[in-house]
Design a protein around this ligand. Sequence first.
Ligand SMILES: *[C@@H]1O[C@H](CO)[C@@H](O)[C@H](O)[C@H]1NC(C)=O
Ligand SMILES: *[C@@H]1O[C@H](CO)[C@@H](O)[C@H](O)[C@H]1NC(C)=O
Ligand SMILES: *[C@@H]1O[C@H](CO)[C@@H](O)[C@H](O)[C@H]1NC(C)=O
Length: 359
Amino acid sequence: MSTFSAFRYLVLVFLFCFYIRKIQSVEQNLSFEFGDFVKDSNFESKLSLFGDAKVVNGGIQMSGSVGFSAGRILNKTPFKVVERSPRKMVSFSMHFVFSLSRENGDGFTFMMVPIGYPFDVFDGGLFGLLGGRKMKFFAVEFDTFMDEKYGDLNGNHVGVDLSSFVSVKVSNVSDIKLGLLNSGEKLQSWIDYEASSKRLEIRLSKLGEIRPVDPLLSCPVDMSEMWKEDELFVGLSSSSGNSTQKCNIYSWNFKTRTTPQWMHSEPLDPQAFEVKKDEMKVQSRSDCALRILGALLLATGCGALGAFFVVIVWTILGSRRPVAPEDNPAVLEHKKEFDEYKKFIVVVDKAMEDGKGKN
Ligand SMILES: *[C@@H]1O[C@H](CO)[C@@H](O)[C@H](O)[C@H]1NC(C)=O
Ligand SMILES: *[C@@H]1O[C@H](CO)[C@@H](O)[C@H](O)[C@H]1NC(C)=O
Ligand SMILES: *[C@@H]1O[C@H](CO)[C@@H](O)[C@H](O)[C@H]1NC(C)=O
């Protein structure tokens, strides 16, 4: 009995500590929705503008006021594509409306960059991204300039860039009934990343049309491998090149969602345990003492409750015992054969049979 109690206490202490850890972990959750940057002037609570980006009539103009202009819109709070304790992977979906004027500027990108990326530095790189420095980035380019240096197929394509302007996957926008990216018309795009299948999908249509069923571009990307635990910012970024191509953004919605890691089989990351060890080390002693005290209190409470429950059940069953065996020889037979403990089970069986008989 004492071994059992000790075991029960241990289990309870473990569960309690697990519970505390769970409520301590921060729910990473990035979501914003700006349907109209001018009316919804509150956008600066979530987004920052850099470079030549500014609010103009009806939206944000990232670049194009003068030649060689560049600008960025970035969200203010970072997020991760992998969460630990509990381990989760983060998927995201976004929708935005944009227009590019007819000049032959670079076009623009949706970008993901880590903390430490110099947001307010522009070095003349394509799409307003840094070109001269080797910095990690993920980008979906909406490219309106055929740049042979980067193997561009034409001046009207969408591509996926992983830390390089040479895209890992491209789609020819001239292949769909849309016209040019830089027609000056308002277009809309959906970018979806599904963490469980590690798949990125990009859709494009004219404003007012429905979301296309088939993506314009679909490509496998392992964000958790690329970024691991990095804290990331998402943004839109453009440059006008040697032109005054205006890149305007009219609305932008972005939303993350998490998937538990166990839904996807992935080899265990030994580093995960190392970091956890370090986390444990830095927990202060008083914190730990408090937790143990709490666990003991909870365990004592649960133990008392459990004992109380057992006593009640025993009492109820015990009070029924005399009426049970009298008219049933089989039960009397059993009574002879089994010890006290077994008798209890028989009484329960009998009680259940009685209940059935009444129906
Ligand atoms: C995520 O953020 C949104 C908006 O800020 C909020 O309404 C929602 O409750 C959050 N969800 C979680 C799980 O924190
Ligand atoms: C892009 O698509 C257009 C229209 O289908 C076609 O004429 C053009 O050759 C394509 N470009 C490339 C590089 O495939
Ligand atoms: C920019 O374009 C103008 C006219 O098209 C040209 O004269 C000029 O040399 C270009 N500048 C650069 C730096 O490419």
